[in-house]
Design a protein around this ligand. Structure first.
Ligand code: GLU
Length: 424
């Protein structure tokens, strides 16, 4: 997994406030009424649990787990579960809200949620992680459900954790409930194409944006920060389309080669090297901060929140930023980047390919039928392109950034639905 140190605390923004400041601009542009504004900004439910786990040495440790449901206006809430040491309530709240906007931007019938457990998964054994995931599932039994709240992988989790979650939930139900979680292993009802889906959506968004900016992918250079599921798949799919990926990175550092990194060999290296790029010789070593400031066409931050902040925004030289991670740019950096004329395809659009294929997985589970990879890719590519065009049109019409336009598309969809459904 790609755990990259976040920016120093002094440069970091509270992620929920960062989300809200964009929300406020978009709501104002839309002329959203005060009552709907209050409803949309308030998370529906916030749950914090303590999970006492027996460690391999026999000792007990208590972990803190979270699940925030931001909205279920458009349908059951959807969003991943993150295992990371810096998980905290405001982060989970922001991530849950981003899921609401993300699902609305790509027009899939889900609300938004997010979960997390404060832990260092790379220091834990498989058994410890399994007990932790199962304990979390039991404690969230009343929340999770195929018609209520559907978790998925996020940073520090993957198909293995989703299998445990599905199994534990199913045991409590007395029957297999595949549709309670997405991102499962294929044999347990996972979807073809789900693993690559977020990276693929990043690639599709990048290509559509390059077309608008008249950048020829065959002559474009790119740097990808983060080499986990999103970064490595985005890098490899961009490379396949002719983009020269000159730098990649993970928590061990960044690797640069002006002639282009061989992404396939980087992935093979990582897989044979305990999932890290440490010791990779396919590029000169630079640091993660320098990677962001390279003179390139396309920058894909695909690691963490808040890596582009007021402290480094002015040094960014890329023409196009496609946000693979959730919240990689703090709100205070937005105007600096906008003034510099850098186009940003925002997270809630750029990385929506993952939840889109999660939706396909859930649909397949409920149908009891499997789609081909070709069908999954074709439909998710189409959804990503249509969402991009919707956002692009609003950006042009209101003369705002793609980020604000994406929030406007999302907020108006949720607001209209809320008004139709009505409240108390
Ligand atoms: N964790 C992913 C995201 O942030 C996927 C969520 C999902 O598939 O539900 O978009």
């Amino acid at each position: 997994m790609a755990y990259i140190e976040p920016a120093p605390i002094k440069d970091r923004e509270n992620p929920f406030e960062s989300m809200m400041s964009r929300f406020d601009i978009a709501a104002q542009k839309l002329g959203l009424d005060q009552e709907t504004y209050e409803v949309l900004k308030s998370p529906t439910k916030q749950v914090i649990v303590s999970l006492p786990i027996t460690m391999d040495d026999g000792s007990k440790r208590v972990f803190e787990g979270y699940r925030v449901i931001h909205s279920n206006t458009l349908g059951p809430s959807k969003g991943g579960v993150r295992f990371a040491p810096d998980v905290h309530l405001d982060e989970v709240k922001a991530l849950a809200a981003w899921m609401t906007w993300k699902c609305a931007v790509v027009d899939i019938p889900y609300g938004g949620a997010k979960g997390g457990i404060k832990c260092k998964p790379w220091t834990m054994s498989t058994g410890e992680l399994e007990r932790l995931t199962r304990a979390y599932t039991v404690s969230m039994y009343e929340i999770f459900g195929p018609d209520t709240d559907i978790p998925a992988p996020d940073m520090g989790t993957g198909p293995r954790e989703m299998a445990w979650l599905m199994d534990e939930y199913s045991k409590a139900n007395g029957k297999t409930v595949s549709a309670v979680v997405t991102g499962k292993p294929l044999v347990l009802g996972g979807s073809l194409g789900r693993v690559e889906a977020t990276g693929r959506g990043v690639m599709v968004s990048a290509l559509v944006a390059m077309e608008k900016l008249k950048i020829n992918p065959a002559h474009a250079t790119c740097a990808v920060q983060g080499f986990g599921n999103v970064g490595s798949n985005a890098a490899s799919l961009l490379e396949e389309r002719g983009v020269k990926v000159v730098a990649i990175s993970d928590h061990t550092g960044a690797y640069y080669d002006a002639k282009g990194i061989d992404i396939r060999s980087a992935i093979a290296y990582k897989e044979s090297n305990n999932n890290t790029l440490e010791g990779f010789t396919g590029g000169e070593i630079i640091n993660n901060a320098d990677l962001l400031e390279l003179d390139i066409d396309l920058l894909v931050p695909a690691a963490k929140e808040d890596v582009i902040t007021l402290a480094n925004a002015d040094n960014i030289k890329a023409k196009l930023i496609v946000e693979g991670a959730n919240g990689p740019m703090g709100a205070k950096a937005d105007p600096v980047i906008f003034e510099k004329g850098i186009t940003v395809v925002p997270d809630i659009l750029a990385n929506a390919g993952g939840v889109t294929v999660s939706y396909f997985e859930w649909v397949q589970n409920r149908l009891g039928y499997k789609w081909t990879r070709e069908r999954v890719n074709r439909r998710s590519d189409r959804i990503m392109k249509e969402a991009f065009e919707r956002v692009y049109k609003v950006a042009q019409k209101y003369d705002v950034s793609l980020r604000i336009a994406a929030y406007m598309v999302a907020i108006s969809k949720v607001a209209d639905t809320y008004k139709l459904r009505g409240g108390y």
